[in-house]
Structures are given as C-alpha cells and as structure tokens.
Design a protein around this ligand. Structure first.
Ligand code: CS2
Ligand code: MG
Length: 403
C-alpha cells in the first residue's frame, strides 16, 4: 500500500495560467497531474481543494481505478469539464506515482510501446496565406510530418488560430473576454486558396490539417470538406458544434474529408454515438479534460472498434504535465493517429522540467520512471495567477456566435 498523506493544488502563471495537482504518499513518492481548464482554472482548483482532496487522504495511491470510480460515481453529479478535469488530475498523478514506485515509465504500464515514436503536428499560421505558407515551410524544414494551417481571413480583423508569436498561440488574452467579429462567408472563401497554395509550396508528403473551431453549420462543413478534397487534408477539425452528435451525418453525406472532433469532450458519452456511427475519423479528447489516462484509454478502445484513431488535443493551455501523459498514452495506444504539439513558452518549460523530446516530427516521453515531468514549486510561486478569458465571437450583425 502507498498511503496518500497529502495533496496540494499549485496555481501558477509562467506565460499563461496552469493548475497542477501534487499527490504525496507515505513512501515519499509523489505524482503530479494537469488540472488546467482554460478560462475556468480556479473552478477546478476549488473542486479539487474543497471537494476532492479531503476524500483522497489515507487512500491507497495504487488503487487508481477504485479512486477513479469513487470520484466519478461518488460525486453523484456526473461528468462536465470541471469535474472530469479534476478527476483527470488525480488519475494522472496516480499513474505518475505508480510508474515511479515500479521504476518504469508510464507507457510500460500501459502495455509498452506500440510504435517507435509519436507523430506530432505543429501550428503554421499567419495573417495572410503567404505568411502562413512561409511558417509551414519552416515547420517542414524542422522535420514536421504534419502541419496545421490557420490563416487570417480577408475582411476580418482577427480569427481563430492566428497568433502574434511565431511558435505558440495563447487565445486567452484578456482579463475580460475580447470580442472578435466573425463572418462564415468570408472564412469559407479563404480556406480553399490557402490549401491550394500550400500544396503547391509544400507538396504531398506532408499532412495538412485545419481547425474550423466549431464555427460552421453541418451543411457549411460539408461544403468546406468537399472544397478541400482536392488537397487531401489529413483532417478538418471541429467542423460544427458537437452537442448534437447526429448532425455529423449531414457532413458525412457530402464529403470524404476526414473529420476530427473532441477537444472539448469530457467523457466517452460525448463521443460514443459519433464513434459507433463512424461519423468521425479522429477523436481529440485528451488526458487533462477527459478524465485522465484511465478514461482516455476507454475512449480509445471504443474508437478502435470503429477504426477511429486518436488525435489528442495539445494546445499551449494544456501543461507539459498533460503533454507528457499524452505522449505515454500515444506511444502505447494501438489506434494512434497524431498528437497536437503547440510548443510552450520558455518560462512554462522552466517551471515544468520534462523528459519528452521532439525530433524530426516525432516525440517520445522518455524513459524516466512515471511521467518524466516535474513542477519546480519555488519557480512556480514566482508567477502569480492572472485572470484570463478566452475571447467571444460575434457575427457582423452583433449576434453572439461560437468562438
Ligand atoms: C484549438 C485550441 O488546439 C486547438 O485545436 O482548438 O487552440 C483551443 O482553442 C484552446 O485550447 C482553447 O483553450
Ligand atoms: Mg481545435
């Protein structure tokens, strides 16, 4: 038995806000889990501190599944992003502890490596098509085998995915939500030329991805998917809001462009119908928001039955702790697709020293026992939490829309 003696929530803001759970045991072994929910960080910190941690003290850290069920069924009010992010942090920290206690990297506890490395995709973006392609050529030069393309939209002052910085993108940019203006028509006209020019410049030996970020209706998504077919996208992500899983049938009727969805899903119930009806090709749920490694393995196992592959979310607002856990998961899962890898700011990497490495388009979590990532608490304490919201979107007539 490894008795849990203490658990603490560490909120820090090295480049952006992160919430980390640290679980300590009577053998001196500790584990950490990412608990960051962009724009609602303190809700998860409170859920952990006020409602979860008191139940953890005295429990056996080895009993990962039992503690998962205790926190899921015991809350009575099941699911939702705050609950499942809190459960994810506990689950991830317990896998870290188990690996350290066994002297093995977590992927070895998950069945060992199913591949040599984890293919990742980077984020090429720019205000113009030319700037986006220039960024994409830079990513290709670095050896990326998969590159996401997001470009400014002529006639719009801002859009999703176009960052001010070359390598990382943090949309939570203000103490109250920034108001962006959106036009689907202008956007729909801008993407096919981006992909046409990208294929001319980059060729066909690199996967090209695009994120519509929940902003189309199903029929608009079918239209965009069809417009992009000549350029063979690896996937069209979040084509339409996914609360109504049936609406993806409309997209499937009009295009063979592969569909990826799920970064905002928090449980298998958000995607069961999409997977069972083969309405998607990649499931984007990830460790920090979908109940941790334990639950994400369930989602991947269901997906595998329907030839749906993983494509875990990996944006800047998911900490290096989640990145490390996602790489252990991605290395071991049979139906791996691709892992998103938005680089973190230097100050983030300093607070979260980690073993994972990028090399020629692939990543590996390393072979340190556990997750191979830590938190430098002294350094973390120097970065005060700073309230930051994700933007909101309005249509040109002022209608509140999807960001
Ligand atoms: C995006 C994210 O990485 C992605 O695919 O959808 O940038 C997303 O907007 C942020 O993670 C939200 O916090
Ligand atoms: Mg996305």
């Amino acid at each position: 038995m490894l008795r849990i003696t203490n658990a603490r929530v560490i909120v820090t803001c090295p480049g952006r806000n992160f919430v980390t759970l640290k679980i300590e045991t009577d053998a001196g072994v500790y584990g950490i889990g990412d608990a960051t929910l962009n724009g609602r960080e303190l809700a998860v910190a409170s859920y952990l501190e006020d409602h979860v941690i008191p139940c953890l003290i005295g429990k056996d850290a080895h009993r990962i599944e039992d503690i998962w069920q205790y926190l899921y069924r015991g809350a009575y009010w099941r699911r939702g992003p705050v609950t499942m992010t809190a459960i994810a942090a506990v689950d991830t920290a317990l896998w870290d502890i188990k690996g350290k206690a066994a002297g093995l990297p977590v992927y070895q506890l998950l069945g060992g490596a199913a591949r040599e490395g984890v293919m990742v995709y980077g984020h090429a973006n720019g205000e113009t098509i030319e700037a986006t392609i220039e960024a994409a050529l830079d990513y290709k030069e670095q050896g990326y085998k998969a590159i996401r393309l997001q470009s400014g939209v002529p006639g719009l002052a801002s859009t999703y995915g176009v960052s001010k910085d070359k390598y990382f993108y943090e949309p939570a940019d203000a103490a109250l939500p920034t108001e962006n203006v959106w036009s689907t028509e202008k956007y729909m006209r801008s993407v096919p030329p981006l992909f046409a020019k990208a294929r001319d410049a980059l060729g066909w030996d690199v996967h090209l991805l695009h994120d519509a970020h929940h902003r189309l209706t199903p029929i608009e998504a079918g239209r965009l998917g069809r417009d992009l077919e000549p350029y063979r996208p690896f996937w069209l992500e979040d084509p339409t809001p996914a609360e109504n899983q049936d609406s993806f049938r409309l997209i499937r009727q009009h295009t063979t462009t592969p569909i990826a969805v799920g970064e905002i899903f928090s449980s298998i119930h958000d995607c069961r119908s999409l997977i069972e009806n083969q309405l998607i090709d990649y499931i984007r749920a990830t460790v920090v928001h979908a109940g941790g490694i334990t639950h994400l393995r369930r989602i991947a196992a269901l997906a595998d039955l329907y030839q749906v592959r993983t494509g875990c979310h990996g944006a800047t607002d998911l900490s290096p702790v989640c990145m490390a856990a996602a790489l252990h998961f991605g290395l071991s899962v049979p139906n791996f697709g691709v892992q998103e890898y938005m680089r973190h700011a230097a100050e983030t990497d300093a607070v979260f020293p980690h073993a994972y490495r990028f090399e020629r388009g692939m990543m590996h979590p390393g072979d340190a026992p556990g997750l191979g990532v830590d938190i430098d608490e002294a350094l973390a304490a120097r970065y005060e939490y700073k309230r930051a919201y994700l933007p909101v979107n309005r249509l040109e007539d002022g209608t509140l829309f999807n960001w």
